[in-house]
Design a protein around this ligand. Structure first.
Ligand code: 26W
Length: 812
């Protein structure tokens, strides 16, 4: 039953009046947004209910994706789009003299994640629902999301992100499905009258876990899955014990704020509390739900798949054991088999400092029963492994090591599947980071190269491009992305190439207007828009990008009349608040931007734009306007990357090292349609192993590089305190951990090739088209299909009508 514009207008007026008791003409943007959101939510509520009921009725297997982070972005447009309502709503609002885009800007962007891991989880939610696979997200409803980033005199300042200040219309508080989570206290096992060992607790801190459910709408298939985010509250029957506000702190603080580190394990007690809170509430509610199926517990793995998104939810394993042992009174062996078959784990980083190793004392004190179970898991692991594999491997792979609980080891030992997020990354896990486990359990290891949802990152953020592709190859690519390759046949079609170039220029003009509005900088949309958007981290080498810009600036100053291909360097990056070096790099980039953007000798030849507060909504504005995608991490360090896939799908040419998924981008688009530079992963390994890397030697022997590095400290860049020195020191005097100096020359050479090619607009646009046409393999629909087939053994609820029918797409 397709909605007509007339019906929408009538219903919307009723909706607004029922919420605010006056007519919509007097509504504020935020009130109009709330009414529209509620209208869409009411519209999908039937499908949401039916989906849930159908899953139980058909007792289908459900996937539960446990993640400490989700980055859904704004939901109004994507929900309306997936429901097939967007065009009607846009038209209806227009007739009422309202603008959809204006209302949409009133929606908060839930920043409940740091970066890649969180956004991937949300892309996966969209693909699970659009494929009609019963998939649910399980996470935390942080009151404060990732900090709001502001630049003060070029320095990053963190402000609280109170995303719930205005109501969140998409969530539904579900008081019926609360759970109790216990912390601390004393625990002991006692035989009960039935002869079962029961766990007895005293003096525990009891926390009420309240679920807030958010609909995850499938694309045109009437499927609405669920994202359940938990909030910590005082148990109703214990309120009288909390006389003062601060007495409630130990409970309230649990779901107050997201930890802003995306690659540095801090080992904070509150973080461990958050992880167990989300895990225990999630597992309890899943096993309570399973009871509705009235099946023997041994069938749990046939009906439930729990996915552990990095090690942060790894306590799922001992928590499931706790419930199956202490409450379901199963034997250890029965409980273990169920847990092992139900759980699967994805690793997202090889950074040593990101691997979670919780102090045994902290775990023992906060989670005494859980620690007892981890101890037993470890004992049994050592007992079975030692006789076969001997001392070294057993102690190397044990969970309890030197006073800490190694969460990656727990995750691997307790999961039937362990995957990396790109081919190279999975190889590095198998041959290096987890090689001992690969020797023990080779059959568990598999690769699942990341993907992105083309619905948000192309269809919605780049409507111009989407319409052009629709016009050229029809609309089937929207539900079957592999059809996109047909678009390649237009690579020599003048009209198509011209239209493609026009669309890119329109997107760049729109971004140029936005840059002028929010940064006060005028940029030339005809210049190359060179984009690096990701968290600020030394391994991602934003400072290598900085050195190239500085080099280019010095060249222009030396020879202002030479013909340079104008460039606008665009950055988006938050640094973890405690990551000083990253914040120094931000300051230097901002100071250089000040210098370059106001230097008359430079004019339009060079501009630097560092957007504040980079996140999902800003990415949707920047990506369609990008010409060059900077993916310049030190090879072997970036597990996969996903901005690389989003930028490729929007026609940017990738400038990359052979790292993470950049390699697979090359495999699909062809080396000739991108720019590759730098050391390979093996060369990095060899260089590290050789131990003879001499950064100062490179500095002294490379005149171009030396001049550029000296500009960091010789006052060329005004307004710096010690930030320039800090970068200079780390590169020249502290031996350049991420081989920036080693890759400098080939990077500069690759950038020169970018300039060369851009002079031939037709050829540039042809390669851009080929990138777009080759981007289908990176649809998260294919990634999720592989997770469902290989790991979760979960099926699409086939009787669903249209929706996305991903054939066995290109093997990634
Ligand atoms: C304990 C602190 C912490 C928090 C988050 C450590 C590590 C993380 C994440 C795993 C970091 C992350 O987001 N990793 C990124 O995951 C993406 C999705 O798979 C990959 O594409 C990126 O390459 C990877 O850096």
């Amino acid at each position: 039953m397709t909605l007509t514009v007339k019906e929408f207008i009538k219903d919307f007026k009723v909706q607004f009046q029922s919420m605010y008791a006056y007519s919509y003409e007097e509504g504020s943007t935020e009130q109009l947004y709330n009414a529209l959101g509620m209208y869409v939510k009411n519209y999908l509520s039937g499908n949401w209910k039916e989906t849930r009921e159908k899953y139980v009725k058909n007792s289908v297997k459900q996937v539960f994706y446990f993640s400490m982070e989700f980055l859904p972005g704004r939901q109004l447009e994507s929900n309306a789009y997936n429901l097939g309502l967007l065009d009607t709503i846009r038209e209806g609002l227009q007739e009422m003299g309202l603008s959809f885009d204006e209302l949409e800007e009133a929606e908060a962007d839930p920043a409940l994640g740091n970066g890649g891991l969180g956004r991937l989880a949300s892309c996966f939610m969209d693909s699970l629902a659009s494929l009609g696979i019963p998939g649910n997200g399980n996470g935390i409803r942080y009151q404060y999301g990732l900090f709001r980033q502001k630049f003060v005199d070029g320095y990053q300042v963190e402000l609280p992100e109170n995303w719930l200040r205005h109501r969140n219309i998409w969530e539904t508080r579900n008081d019926k499905s609360t759970c109790m989570v216990r912390f601390g206290g004393n625990v002991w096992l006692e035989e009960n009258h039935l002869g079962f060992m029961e766990a007895k607790y005293e003096n525990t801190l009891n926390v009420l876990a309240v679920p807030y459910d958010t609909p995850m709408v499938g694309y045109r298939n009437d499927i609405v899955n669920n994202l359940r985010l938990w909030s910590a509250e005082i148990p109703i029957d214990e309120e009288e014990n909390y006389h003062t506000l601060e007495a409630t702190e130990p409970i309230k603080e649990i779901t107050q704020v997201l930890y802003p580190d995306d690659s540095n394990y801090e080992g904070r007690l509150l973080r461990l509390k958050q992880e167990y809170f989300m895990v225990s509430a999630g597992v309890q509610s899943i096993l309570r739900h399973f009871r509705k199926y009235n099946l023997p517990r041994k069938n749990i793995p046939d009906k439930v798949a729990i996915h552990i998104n990095d090690t942060h939810p790894a306590l799922v394993i001992p928590e499931m054991m706790r419930i199956l042992l202490d409450e379901e009174h199963l034997t250890w062996e029965q409980a273990w088999e169920i847990t092992f078959k139900t759980c699967s784990y994805t690793n997202h980083t090889i950074l040593r400092e990101a691997l979670e190793k919780w102090p045994i004392d902290m775990m023992k004190d906060l989670l005494p029963r859980i620690y007892m179970i981890i101890e037993e898991i470890n004992r049994r692991f050592v007992e079975t492994t030692m006789p076969i594999y001997g001392e070294r491997i057993t102690w190397q792979t044990a969970i309890l090591q030197n006073g800490v609980v190694n969460m990656a080891h727990l995750a691997v030992i307790g999961s039937h599947s362990v995957n990396g997020v790109a081919k190279l990354h999975t190889e590095i896990l198998m041959n290096d980071v987890l090689k001992d486990f690969f020797e023990l359990y080779p059959e568990r290891f598999n690769n699942k190269t990341n993907g992105i949802t083309q619905r948000r990152w192309v269809h919605l953020s780049n409507p111009g491009l989407t319409q052009l592709i629709d016009k050229k190859i029809g609309e089937e690519w929207k539900t079957n992305p592999s059809e996109l390759k047909v678009f390649k046949s237009f690579e020599k079609d003048k009209k198509t190439l011209q239209k493609l170039a026009d669309i890119k220029l329109e997107n760049k003009q729109r971004l140029a207007d936005y840059i002028e509005e929010v940064k006060g900088v005028k940029v030339d949309p005809k210049a190359i828009f060179d984009v690096q958007i990701k968290r600020l981290h030394a391994y991602k080498r934003q400072h290598l990008n900085l050195l190239h810009i500085l080099h280019r600036y010095l060249e222009i100053k030396e020879n202002p009349t030479a013909d340079y291909v104008p460039r606008v360097f665009i950055f988006g990056a938050k640094a973890a608040p405690s990551y000083i070096y990253a914040k120094q790099i931000i300051k230097v980039i901002n100071s250089l931007a000040n210098l370059v953007n106001n230097d008359p000798d430079v004019g339009d030849k060079l501009k630097i734009v560092f957007f504040e507060n980079y996140g999902v909504s800003l990415a949707e504005k920047i990506i369609p306007a990008a010409d060059v995608s900077e993916q310049i991490s030190l090879a072997s360090m970036e597990a996969s990357g996903t901005s690389n896939m989003k930028l490729m799908a929007n026609g940017a040419l990738t400038l990359a090292t052979l790292d993470g998924a950049n390699i697979e981008i090359k495999d699909f688009v062809g080396q000739e349609n991108m720019f590759i530079f730098g050391l390979s992963s093996n060369e990095v390994y060899d260089l590290k192993a050789a131990g003879d890397y001499n950064a100062r030697g490179i500095y002294e022997s490379n005149e171009k590089l030396r001049r550029t590095l000296d500009a960091l400290t010789d006052g060329t860049i005004p307004g710096l305190q010690d930030e320039g020195y800090a970068i200079f020191d780390s590169l020249v005097n502290y031996n350049d951990e991420y081989f920036v100096l080693k890759d400098f020359d080939s990077y500069i050479e690759a950038q020169r090739k970018v300039d060369e090619l851009y002079k031939d607009q037709k050829e540039w646009t042809r390669k851009s088209l080929i990138n777009i046409a080759s981007s289908a393999p990176f649809s998260a629909d294919y990634t999720i299909k592989r997770y469902a087939d290989d790991i979760w053994k979960a099926k699409q609820c086939s009787e669903q009508s249209t929706g996305v029918e991903p054939l066995d797409g290109p093997i990634a």
